[in-house]
Design a protein around this ligand. Structure first.
Ligand SMILES: Nc1ncnc2c1ncn2[C@@H]1O[C@H](COP(=O)(O)OP(=O)(O)OP(=O)(O)O)[C@@H](O)[C@H]1O
Ligand SMILES: [Mg+2]
Length: 421
């Protein structure tokens, strides 16, 4: 018994040394020292090492600058690793992407030459972003990640699928097309992740999703993630998920780091009001939402005329143009981005500290996801809503539905509310 314990201690000692050695070789990013809210700090105190992940994967995690798992990651990673179906709800920007990509990567056998996981998302931009997260986390794993979405040449996808692909990140239409034509073989695909699951279960996507499931391995695991789960999800859950493990980390819906204001305006005063906001606020980067593509273009033109640099993006633009705008905004080439609901969900740009609803959204889910583009990973953010007479009931209703308070905008907004010290 005593020898056993001694041996064990000895082994721990050795692996302790080894651990330090590989950790020394890591290429860590500069630490983000901005304060964080309890939305991401309120954890059980797990470490990524507690999950017995492959060393190359751990290296990728640490090299992303992740020091310890966020609350949703603590809940999701160990359960997903057991193979159980999951329905997980957690606030915007609290790390849901890694909550599913880490277990997905852990389970990939890179020596096998087949598609083992399918990650579905509702927009092309989110597909690109999610694939990048997979590639970054899996950087030391030799894992092959492919993005496939509409708006690109089918031929390129066919060529790519001729080579090894382990993980496919996709929007639903294109991958169904490829699976239906027998070009993408999903028969060995054991894991299906649906990010922004409620959006993927909206009427435009639901039939495609159901068809896609029929191409997967029969013993597949299905993982659903979102910050919002309206009732429509229940029917799908009952039909396709087996004893799902349900996670709900949203005792409250809005993020603690985001302060929300409304400004009561007439439609024709909106641009003037925005101009005032630009001159008074300390905007690091901002996303400005409009309710239609034509209004996006119109507003972007007005903002440019006012002398501010801004880009715009919406779904009716050419994909190559969309990609360029998305990439350039992400790398900070412009301060302001005007957009439609194309970027409402999942988009993660840490530099965004202000979101403006130039047009107020119609439903609470859209509102929550839009304002969640700021205040990423427990940081501070500001959401400003321009409210017209017609919006007044919507404002009241959304406040009620989200159990949150949207205050009238004060003459001066305290910088400490949305600018990191
Ligand atoms: N454990 C971690 N430590 C530090 N940063 C993290 C950690 N996990 C995730 N992040 C960072 O937090 C940010 C938000 O993560 P992510 O995009 O996954 O949020 P989300 O929950 O999917 O939000 P949304 O609901 O808006 O899609 C990302 O920039 C990500 O790199
Ligand atoms: Mg997300």
């Amino acid at each position: 018994m005593a020898t056993n314990l001694a041996n064990q201690l000895n082994n721990t000692h050795i692996s302790g040394h080894e651990e330090e050695d590989w950790k020394k070789t890591l290429n860590l990013p500069t630490k983000d020292l901005r304060p964080q809210t309890t939305d991401v700090t309120n954890t059980k105190g797990n470490n990524f090492e507690d999950y017995f992940l492959k060393r190359p994967l751990l290296m990728g995690i640490f090299e992303m600058g992740f020091e310890r798992p966020s609350p949703i990651q603590e809940e999701s990673i160990p359960i997903a690793l057991t193979g159980r179906d999951i329905l997980a709800r957690a606030k915007n920007g609290t790390g849901k992407t890694a909550a599913f990509t880490i277990p997905v990567l852990e389970k990939i056998n890179v020596n096998k030459n087949n598609i083992q996981a399918l990650l579905l998302v509702p927009t092309r931009e989110l597909a690109l972003q999610t694939a990048q997260v997979c590639k970054n986390l899996g950087k030391h794993m030799n894992v092959q990640v492919m993005v496939t979405t509409g708006g690109t040449t089918l031929k390129d996808d066919i060529l790519r699928l001729g080579q090894t692909v382990h993980i496919v990140v996709a929007t639903p239409g294109r991958i169904l097309d490829l699976a239906g034509k027998g070009i993408a073989d999903l028969s060995q695909c054991q894991t299906l992740v649906m990010d922004e699951a409620d959006k993927l279960l909206s009427p435009e996507f639901q039939p495609i999703i159901e068809q896609l499931i029929s191409f997967l391995a029969p013993q597949r695991q299905i993982l659903l993630y979102s910050a919002t789960f309206p009732m429509i999800v229940k029917a799908f859950k009952d039909k396709f998920l087996t004893k799902p493990y349900e996670i709900n980390l949203m005792d409250q819906l809005t993020l603690k780091g985001i302060t929300q204001y409304y400004a009561y305006v007439e439609e024709r005063q909106k641009v003037h009001c925005l101009n005032t906001l630009f001159s008074k606020l300390q905007i690091n980067q901002s996303i400005i939402f409009c309710n239609s593509t034509s209004r996006v273009e119109l507003l972007a033109r007005k903002i440019t005329e006012l002398g501010y640099s801004c880009f715009y993006i919406h779904a009716k633009m050419l994909q190559s143009h969309r990609n360029r705008v998305f990439h350039d905004f992400r790398s900070g080439k412009t301060r302001h981005l005007v957009c439609s609901d194309l970027l409402t969900r999942g988009i993660d740009i840490q530099a965004v500290n202000v979101v403006v609803n130039f047009d107020f959204p119609k439903n609470a889910e859209t509102y929550l996801h839009r304002i969640g583009r700021s205040g990423r990973f427990g940081h501070l953010g500001l959401a400003i809503n321009l409210i017209t007479y017609e919006d007044r009931y919507n404002l009241y209703r959304i406040e009620q539905e989200l159990g949150t308070e949207i205050k009238a905008i004060p003459p001066v907004i305290d910088k400490s509310l949305y600018v990191a010290p």
